[in-house]
Design a binder for this molecule. Sequence first.
Ligand code: ARG
Length: 466
Amino acid sequence: MKHTSPVSRSGRFALGPAADVAQFTASVQFDWRLWRHDILGSKAHATMLEKAGLLTHPELSAILAGLDQITKEIEAGKFRWKSELEDVHMNIEAELTRRVPAGAKLHTGRSRNDQVALDMRLWLRDETVPLLKEISQLQLALVEFGDKDLDVIIPGYTHLQRAQPVYLAHHLLAYVEMLERDRQRLQQSLGRLNVCPLGSGALAGSTLPLDREMVARLLGFVNAQGEPQVTQNSMDAVSDRDFAVEFCANAALLMVHLSRLAEDLVLWAGSEFGFIRIADSYTTGSSLMPQKRNPDVAELVRGKSGRVVGNLVAMLTLLKGLPMTYNRDLQEDKERLFDSVDTVRAAVRLSAAMVQHTEANRERCLAAAEDPGLLATDLADYLVRKGIPFRKAHHLVGALVAQAERLGKPLNQLSLSEMRTVDKCFGPDALEVFDVKRALSERNLTGAPGPEAVRAQLARWRELLA
Ligand code: ARG
């Protein structure tokens, strides 16, 4: 059997792990991404150790300088990651100790169990904050699209059947609402994420006089009042991955919303709908069919939602049944989390750019919105205003639709006498219902697609997103 060097092992072991075990258990090929936060955490920990009298001042200075040197090398791509050193934590600490003897004191009162929990919280915080902004930018892109085509009316759909008319802006604002809830969920999760686990040790804290609050302060783990936030149970702190699950859940729902938006855009960009044109730079051609302009960006946003949903399921499955406290299984959390973060951030950014490069096709929208069937409900409301019970009005308009179909005419082309053969309650003013602009102008309840309501919503969002 081939053995690796025992370099990363304690005195307990005479030999390194078998070569295939080292390969199987190593994580540095993906967790190197945590390096910046690992160093940040180590600097804060060392600073605290000095204050606690566990490092001398020269030792601290040497450690900080060594970590700065390593930072520069990693940034320049010159740092050699070694898989036999397992993970990002051991790689950095071993290299530091090779250069700076005091590096051997850095792990005082610390375990990789609280260290990795710390690194992931720091890393995820730094990814979540810009994501909040990116969501706002997508919301703004949707608001601007709606604003630009303020007078464009399209059919609203249920069951993908034409239902009732709405302003295009109203349809787009529906996504702005969904995205706002997604943004708020991420923001609220930040409060639970921003708690410092360092000082929890392997699972049972430390016998050394560590100052957990000081480390928390140094790393920005403070609440709105500036008070340090530290985890309150060492066993929970090293085995808890709620923060990663929460992010994956928030990301999955956000991706599902983006996927639905993408699906609408794909449909609208197709010749059957023809409501929009996505700019060339956000579509691709076909290698075979010269006429094609394919909405690949939207399709991939829709497609990638699958893996983000999958990451959430993988994460929950990983945690289910784990005994307290840390178990190596937890190492499997990283690639799922990284993938959800990368995918969702790219999808939000690309969706915003695509929306910014999309235009409404006014003629096609108008033609679809003039379908008189969209106002059949308004005709029922017309009868309700004449005192007819809604159920009966619904039935009468249904009979009228059938009559129009029999005569091969659009609903709004029936003559008064043709209408009155269905029921005498249809008066000469019935046809006035079939004015789509007027029909919309009567929908100004809060949340409705009337022109004033929509304008007010656009203004509200512009203010909120400014
Ligand atoms: N690479 C490990 C992980 O991601 C770091 C913690 C290792 N702890 C341990 N006791 N082996 O979970």
